[in-house]
Design a protein around this ligand. Structure first.
Ligand SMILES: NC(=O)C1=CN([C@@H]2O[C@H](COP(=O)(O)OP(=O)(O)OC[C@H]3O[C@@H](n4cnc5c(N)ncnc54)[C@H](O)[C@@H]3O)[C@@H](O)[C@H]2O)[C@@H](O)CC1
Ligand SMILES: Nc1ncnc2c1ncn2[C@@H]1O[C@H](COP(=O)(O)OP(=O)(O)O)[C@@H](O)[C@H]1O
Length: 314
């Protein structure tokens, strides 16, 4: 039986009711020969994860740089760093203001520290396999300058939270966003970037147009998260649940995204795997927890990934 797009949207409209959704990223139903809408399934994920190899070491899994946190939102930076550590990056450096150093060493001792002002030193940014920026950084002028320097590297970047707000206010900077970057807005951030939308169907069409035009991956976060790629194809993530509706959950996702990018996955694969595992970790925890915290979701990630290889069914 066919599934239609409206089943995954919080509101209804006549057009989404006519769009068939394919089950699986590679399978096609007879009714949907060229449907751009595809449900992510367990078999897709199993086929995408790279096994950890003998003789590999921390250098094999990439060095991720997270730029996050301000005096009053240091927690966002720590949660993002946790997402990156548990997401499996080989090395993690967290760039935060100095006030956060003791908290970092206490809460995430696996991560190294780079003082925020060091970022703009010559060639500092060249040392990383992936960069994620945004959670809790604030919307100050220095964040804008740092983003311009990062974009000049012309390497994919993960952009979330306050970094999205900065892009919204600076179309000139948005224009310089490197190809293959990953943006992970929730609905308010999405409309901040691209203008208000009257419903989710319209929002999704804007996401398809913008992802194609800019050559980036757009992750439109919600109960069902939409991962929109350069071709305008939409992969629908089904994992996740309302127990996860708590601050900091998106910060953890940003850390996981940066970890997967650092490990050498393509931007699209990093987006699909991160959203799937983030939601799946929340689903596993919600079997025993009424609500789950962002820290718990981060810590669950390696368990969730490991269990993927033990189960026959989703
Ligand atoms: N421990 C910390 O330091 C935390 C810091 N955070 C950071 O603080 C900064 C600002 O976060 P804010 O929460 O103030 O701003 P947001 O832009 O994330 O949210 C603002 C408001 O938008 C609404 N909203 C958010 N998601 C929505 C959705 N999916 N559907 C409908 N409405 C939605 C909610 O009413 C929310 O209060 C960000 O950089 C964020 O990363 C937060 O992640 C929370 C935890
Ligand atoms: N009801 C829900 N069902 C599924 N996933 C959810 C639900 N609520 C939140 N999430 C997930 O949690 C994350 C929230 O991200 P975000 O709004 O950016 O949080 P924050 O800014 O607090 O870090 C998203 O990945 C979203 O998909």
């Amino acid at each position: 039986m066919s599934v239609f797009l409206n089943a995954y949207l919080p509101d209804t409209d006549p057009l989404s009711k006519k769009q068939v959704v394919d089950r699986g990223l590679t399978k096609q139903s007879a009714e949907a020969k060229a449907s751009p809408y595809k449900l992510i399934e367990l078999a897709d994920i199993r086929g995408m994860v790279k096994i950890r190899m003998p003789f590999s070491h921390k250098g094999t899994y990439g060095h991720a740089l997270i730029i996050a946190g301000a005096e009053k939102t240091m927690g966002a930076a720590l949660l993002c760093a946790k997402g990156c550590v548990y997401g499996g990056a080989g090395l993690i450096t967290l760039s935060i203001p100095v006030q956060g150093l003791t908290a970092l060493n206490t809460a995430v001792p696996e991560a190294m520290y780079l003082e925020r002002s060091e970022l703009l030193r010559s060639r500092t940014l060249d040392n990383y396999d992936a960069i994620g920026i945004g959670p809790g950084i604030g919307r100050m002028v220095d964040s804008h300058t740092i983003m311009a320097e990062i974009f000049a590297l012309k390497q994919p970047v993960v952009i979330d939270a306050d970094a999205l707000a900065i892009l919204s206010g600076h179309p000139d900077l948005f224009h310089l966003l490197p190809k293959d970057s990953i943006l992970s807005p929730h609905v308010k951030e999405f409309d901040g970037l691209f203008g208000p939308h009257k419903n989710w169907w319209d929002r999704l069409q804007t996401a398809r147009t913008e992802a194609k035009k800019r050559g980036v991956i757009l992750i439109l976060k919600n109960q069902y998260t939409f991962i929109v790629d350069h071709e305008g194809d939409v992969s629908i993530n089904q994992t996740g649940n309302p127990a996860m509706a708590q601050g900091g959950m998106g910060d953890v996702l940003t850390g996981i995204l940066t970890a997967y990018l650092a490990q050498g996955y393509s931007a699209k694969a990093a987006a699909i795997l991160s959203c799937y595992f983030h939601g799946k970790a929340g689903d596993e925890l919600s079997t025993t927890h009424f609500n789950v915290t962002a820290s718990e979701v981060a810590a669950q990630i390696p368990i969730t990934v490991k269990s993927l290889f033990n189960k026959a069914e989703d």
